[in-house]
Ligand binder design. Structure first.
Ligand code: SIN
Length: 310
């Protein structure tokens, strides 16, 4: 087998010199910690620099945030309306704050967010930005990883970019829905009360037919604010290419799925209680790990409504 080399050029995740916040890059490819702010007490000047840092680093995180669900909602609304990819009924009094919880004694094959993915690309308007607040965190395990899909695009040859330019990818939740159905069946057979479709402790409120029908989106999308081009392919939801036979699409997608989620394009976050993360869902893929059985993990998710990818 041929030795696989990582790309060695094109990395620039250096921090800008901000006046109201401090940004500390996490990895060469992407990610930065933002210091000197409390999300619940932001000034407009701090918010402007945070928005700039988000577009630059693709994923930003804040430690030691004393924030409430209302603070998370208000921060989310600074970017735009709430996303419409609500999977649960929210938490009492906060319809748009989605609990993402796994109890210590829960055992599941598929975790919410496992597998490299971009959030809800099977919708016409996937969320632009996603946010996650960590309330209760395992002592180890339960990390999240992201990959920078602008960097992945920039590391393709000009010829491959020309091949991809006119293509549209079919984004569908067919694989996820099938796993959820298997899980529900296994629980019923084991005599456990399921109460519906869900990922372990997360009871979902979803229209599976719409999720499976999915949507076709450009395989190369352009960021509406920065003009950057990014590969819009993931390992979870990308299942075909318009105008190609399944075998042709499968061959191209196999290469792209591997390419987009290479370690060289990634960063990995070790959570702590009260860590808050924000990522630009248009230009990165991410995954959560199902490696903390025996420990509880309690997170709260919000999203910002996105546009039709172009
Ligand atoms: C997600 O995919 O939105 C969840 C990520 C995580 O739980 O770490």
């Amino acid at each position: 087998m041929e030795l696989e080399l990582h790309p060695s050029t094109g990395f620039d995740n250096s921090a800008r010199d901000y006046e109201h916040i401090e940004a500390l890059p996490l990895a060469a490819a992407m990610g930065a910690e933002i210091r000197d702010v409390q999300i619940g007490k932001l000034t407009d000047a701090q918010f402007a620099e945070i928005e700039d840092a988000l577009y630059r680093h693709k994923m930003i995180f804040f430690r030691d945030q004393d924030m409430t669900h209302a603070d998370q909602e208000n921060f989310t609304l600074r970017f735009g309306d709430f996303g419409i990819d609500a999977y649960t009924k929210g938490v009492p009094g906060h319809r748009n704050v989605q609990p993402v919880i796994k109890e210590a004694d829960t055992r599941i094959r598929m975790l919410f967010g496992s597998g490299w993915h971009t959030d809800s690309p099977f919708m016409e308007t996937p969320p632009a930005i996603s946010m996650l607040f960590g309330a209760d965190i395992p002592p180890y395990g339960g990390d999240t990883m992201w990959c920078n899909t602008v960097l992945a695009y920039n590391c393709l040859s000009d010829t491959m970019r020309q091949v991809l330019a006119p293509l549209r990818v079919h984004m569908t939740a067919v694989g996820v829905v099938s796993e959820l159905q298997k899980e529900a069946k296994a629980r019923t057979m084991a005599g456990q009360e399921t109460g519906g479709t869900g990922f372990g402790n997360i009871e979902l409120d979803i229209n599976t037919n719409k999720m499976v029908a999915g949507w076709y989106h450009p395989i190369v999308r352009t960021h509406p604010k920065t003009g950057e081009k990014a590969l819009y392919v993931d390992q979870t939801y990308s299942h075909g290419i318009q105008g190609m036979t399944p075998a042709e699409a499968e061959a191209l997608l196999r290469f792209l799925k591997h390419h987009v989620s290479q370690p060289a394009f990634s960063c990995r976050l070790r959570w702590e209680p009260k860590t808050f993360t924000v990522w630009d869902n248009r230009i990165c893929v991410h995954q959560a790990f199902n490696d903390y059985d025996g420990f509880r993990r309690e997170m709260y998710r919000t999203t910002v409504l996105g546009e039709v990818p172009r």
